[in-house]
Design a protein around this ligand. Structure first.
Ligand SMILES: Cc1cc2nc3c(=O)[nH]c(=O)nc-3n(C[C@H](O)[C@H](O)[C@H](O)COP(=O)(O)O)c2cc1C
Length: 210
């Protein structure tokens, strides 16, 4: 398959020097615009979570942004998963969002900590029952013998955990941003890139070459 000719010209918008000091304000504006896109299967809260082992072996996967605010961005997962182990050993991550219908990318980088357990409890309680059971039954990232094994574990957990309480190995992570970058695709590959980087209590705003 020759895919070299797959290309689009990005022409939907531009990114002039933002009128905000705080990148969170721009992120919330862009996320709102991404949410407004009506497209089957569209998940604007999906982001790539890139982690690395302490000796620099990277790995990346998709997770869902569930909360965000002045303290950072939150996703939920299994702490014993591959990503959980990598974050325990090297608590730094990058979180790019790609919002294709808007020809936009947002990149967030920073340090990561385990979310306050009370917040994880509160979120866990909002999940549908089958999602709560799955969090209990699935040893995420482990090799399992078969699909049947997983379904039997789910059935056993359904019978045993009434109501399903949050397991200690499942909960949130919080990334405190050190860098935000907003990318808007432009014609002729002359895209707009605005980076905010943390400098003490302030944000330094810079334009980057595409
Ligand atoms: C759209 C989408 C959303 C996902 N959301 C999550 C999530 O919020 N939390 C999670 O643990 N895994 C989520 N996953 C699954 C992860 O991509 C991944 O398979 C899993 O977390 C195991 O990753 P690991 O073995 O690197 O730890 C999602 C996958 C997709 C495609």
């Amino acid at each position: 398959m020759d895919i070299r000719g797959l290309r689009r010209s990005y022409e939907l918008g531009d990114l002039p020097e933002p009128d905000v000091e705080d990148p969170l304000v721009l992120f919330e504006r862009w996320l709102g615009e991404a949410r407004a896109v009506d497209h089957p299967g569209w998940e604007p809260s999906a982001m790539t979570l890139a982690t690395a082992t302490p000796d620099g072996l990277p790995s990346a996967r998709t997770v869902l942004l569930k909360e965000f605010g002045a303290d950072g961005l939150v996703w939920y997962t299994n702490y014993n998963s591959r990503k959980g182990a990598e974050l325990a050993a090297n608590p730094k991550a990058a979180l790019p969002f790609y919002w294709a219908p808007l020809e936009r990318q947002v990149r967030v980088e920073g340090s990561v900590e385990v979310l306050d357990p009370a917040r994880s409890d509160a979120y866990f309680a909002t999940r549908p029952a089958d999602s709560r059971i799955a969090a209990i039954a699935s040893p995420q990232s482990r090799v399992i013998p078969s699909r049947t094994h997983l379904e039997e574990a789910f059935a056993a957990a359904t019978a045993e955990h009434i109501p399903p309480e949050r397991p200690g190995n499942w909960g949130g992570f919080l990334l405190a941003p050190q860098v935000w970058e907003f990318w808007q695709g432009r014609r002729s590959r002359l895209h707009d890139r605005i980076r905010f980087r943390r400098d003490g209590d302030a944000w330094v705003r810079e334009r980057l070459a595409p």
